[in-house]
Design a protein around this ligand. Structure first.
Ligand code: XMP
Length: 430
């Protein structure tokens, strides 16, 4: 193993990720683990140089203060505790230790080396994946999103053709998105990739369904069914690769913190399709996942792409999805992305897309009255997607985009710009 490691045990702190990132910023790899880790589990983690017992406001769970297993004190690891009154080791004053103290703990007490970087991280994960998987096979649902793409690239490096990727095109992808997944993974990285065009099947199921939650349920449920059907056709697969990243774990709830939202990377497959999970990114934060993707040689556009909802353009073609409006969303989105890139806004704006509502308005084309759809442009900035502000897009850029949409996209006679921040609006329309 290349990297030294500091283990942070979560004893109810709300600052676990802050401590983890602080340590990583000093060049030492750190991982967050639950407070009740066993001696065996701890020993199975390679290169542990020291442990931080990280207490805090969520220390009381079901009326009881959480504790580490007392045997952990006898293992000989340098330990320090933060905000954990029952601790039997050196204790900080409540709150985060200052940088100097943390540095002293890492480099003097633990004698850790500052050897955390993406190259070493990848080498370590490749070794861990190989020892976990042996000569068996891993299945991966490759959506083309950042996390699944990076995990695929990592698994390809570790086990090559013994990774089987399944890409399901649900017909709600952006223009050329599925094609680019096939190009990058099959043609360039030579992945063992199964491409399933399930567009007709999804669009059929979604016909006349206008309720947004119902649309989401159908898309999510159908996705699992298609993936399951493909998995059943394959033989000798024991593992499921997943692009779980650390924020997914936190949001799904930990032993000391409540769930924010269930994260949909996991689960949904029937009981008899039981796989062991391979999750090499589960200790990384989003920016680190991107850096990992770059190091693995993925194209910049794939690694730095803006967030895209799982139900895809389905939630931007408002109300019951029709093929003409879906095409209008797809084409206008492609124009918007092209023009944003040309204006350099693709690297500045957090998320930008178009939406097509399910009503028409009157207009004029070739001196005749037309009754057609409208395209709404939305471009927002945010740090965490909880609140968002609207990007003040240059007027000339908006005019060019409008001209192109009106000239190139069928059935559209009007373009609007959404000026609403979140809250009260949300980022997506449904
Ligand atoms: P809202 O609309 O809630 O969006 O302000 C916040 C962020 O989440 C994305 N989003 C989704 N992502 N599945 C996803 O994977 C979904 O169903 C979904 N809905 C919204 C949205 O694009 C924005 O970045």
């Amino acid at each position: 193993m290349k990297q030294d490691l500091i283990v942070i045990l979560d004893l109810g702190s709300t600052q676990n990720t802050v401590v983890a990132r602080e340590i990583r910023s000093m060049g030492v790899y750190s991982e967050i683990h639950p407070h009740d880790i066993t001696v065996e589990e701890l020993r199975a983690i390679p290169n542990v140089k020291g442990i931080i017992l990280n207490g805090g406001e969520n220390r009381i769970v079901d009326g009881q203060a959480v504790e580490i297993r007392p045997e952990l004190y006898d293992l000989g690891y340098p330990m320090v505790s933060i905000d954990y009154p029952q601790s039997k080791c050196a204790t900080q004053l409540a709150g985060l230790p200052d940088r100097e103290k943390l540095k002293k703990f890492l480099f003097e007490d633990c004698k850790a080396e500052a050897n955390w970087n993406m190259k070493n991280f990848i080498e370590d994960q490749v070794e861990l994946i190989r020892s976990q998987v042996g000569d068996r096979k891993v299945l991966l649902a490759l959506s083309g999103g950042v996390d699944s793409s990076v995990v695929a690239a990592m698994l390809i490096r570790a086990i090559g053709q013994r990774l089987v990727c399944v890409h399901v095109n649900h017909g709600l992808m952006r223009k050329n998105e599925s094609e680019s997944v096939v190009k990058v993974f099959r043609d360039e990285l030579h992945a063992n990739l199964i491409y399933v065009d399930a567009s007709e099947r999804f669009l059929g199921k979604l016909e006349n369904v206008s309720d947004p939650e119902q649309k989401r349920k159908i898309i999510g449920g159908e996705f699992i069914r298609v993936f399951e059907e493909e998995a059943r056709k394959l033989e000798g697969i024991d593992f499921l690769g997943q692009g779980t990243i650390y924020p997914d774990i936190i949001e799904s709830g930990t032993k000391t913190a409540k769930m924010v939202k269930s994260h949909h990377n996991v689960g949904g497959l029937p009981e008899d399709l039981k796989f062991e999970l391979v999750e090499p990114l589960k200790q990384l934060f989003k920016d680190e996942v991107r850096a990992c993707g770059v190091e693995l040689g993925l194209p910049h556009d794939m690694v730095y792409r803006q967030p895209f909802p799982g139900p895809g353009l389905g939630v931007r073609c408002l109300g019951a999805i029709t093929r003409d409006r879906l095409e209008a969303v797809r084409e206008s989105d492609a124009i918007l992305r092209e023009e944003f890139a040309r204006a350099g806004l693709d690297r500045k704006v957090w998320q930008y897309f178009t939406v097509v509502p399910d009503f028409k308005s009157v207009g004029m084309k070739n001196n005749a009255r037309v009754f057609e759809y409208m395209v709404i442009i939305r471009a927002i900035n945010t740090a965490d997607a909880m609140t968002a502000s609207v990007e003040k897009v240059d007027w000339d850029v908006l005019e060019r985009i409008t001209e192109r949409i009106l000239a190139e996209v069928g059935n559209v006679n009007r373009v609007c710009y959404d000026m609403s921040p979140k809250p009260p609006a949300t980022i997506e329309f449904e």
